[in-house]
Ligand binder design. Structure first.
Ligand SMILES: [Zn+2]
Ligand SMILES: [Zn+2]
Length: 251
């Protein structure tokens, strides 16, 4: 399995996962040109992707989708609610496939799971084969459903959006702060950590993702999570994703 973070954060998100011969792009929140360049850095041609999975319609997850669809005509998979809510989505309607439940692509099973976020019908993805990777970002709260989807993952891409104190004291207007802090907003470093402490099988690698550039720091996110894990006698291999991506693992 290869998991490569192409971009992460409020300016754009995209993750490449290759498992058992199936090549998937999760979200296309940066320009198609950047996605193409980043994939080629890993020796992957965009037209060889089996599908593009979209978590939800926010611009930081679909910015490059229209151009990507136009250039490569890849199957674009998302919940019906997300597909209907994608701005300008009519332009690539023919490539869209609505998903409701688990489905297989090649030898891989993809299980979408509901997340709590202020979008039409957002989801995370659990990708299962000889290894398992779960991607859970853009969630205000770790529900039981999310916790279950995390369990047993070898690689976990988990949101650690903000430090709650930095956010409260920061310069964002109150309505925006309230939105981020709400159950349908974004996950705080501490909440990500507590979710990790509840995992029975420890993941081999955890990527803290979708870090706020205003209300978080890569080192702060990692240290906060490690401290909480340590208080429970846990150590995990944890890395904070940078906006420009670059993190990744092959196993
Ligand atoms: Zn979002
Ligand atoms: Zn987002």
């Amino acid at each position: 399995m290869q998991v490569s973070i192409l971009a992460s954060g409020s300016k754009g998100n995209s993750v490449y996962v290759e498992l058992d011969g199936t090549r998937l792009l999760i979200d296309a929140g940066i320009s198609a040109a950047r996605i193409t360049r980043s994939l080629r850095d890993y020796g992957v041609e965009p037209q060889s992707l089996d599908a593009v999975l979209i978590t939800h319609e926010h611009i930081d997850h679909v910015r490059g989708l229209r151009t990507l669809a136009k250039q490569y005509h890849l199957p674009i998979l998302a919940t019906r609610g997300t597909l209907a809510a994608i701005d300008g989505g009519a332009a690539f309607e023919d490539d869209m496939r609505g998903i409701t439940d688990a489905f297989s692509i090649g030898d891989v099973i993809v299980r979408p799971f509901a997340i709590s976020h202020d979008a039409a019908d957002p989801c995370g993805f659990r990708i299962e084969g000889s290894y398992c990777c779960t991607i859970a970002t853009d969630l205000g709260v770790v529900t039981e459903t999310v916790q279950e989807a995390m369990e047993g993952a070898d690689v976990l891409v988990l949101e650690a959006n903000h430090d709650a104190d930095l956010l409260r004291q920061g310069s964002y207007p109150w309505p925006l702060k309230r939105r981020i802090l709400s159950n349908r907003g974004h996950l705080a470093n501490g909440d990500a950590a507590w979710a990790l402490t509840r995992m029975k099988k420890h993941p081999r690698k955890v990527y803290l993702a979708h870090l706020s550039e205003e209300n978080n720091r890569p080192s702060l996110a990692r240290d906060t999570v490690q401290e909480i894990l340590a208080s429970r006698g846990m150590t995990l291999d944890i890395e904070s994703c940078l906006p420009e991506g670059g993190a990744g693992v092959v196993m």
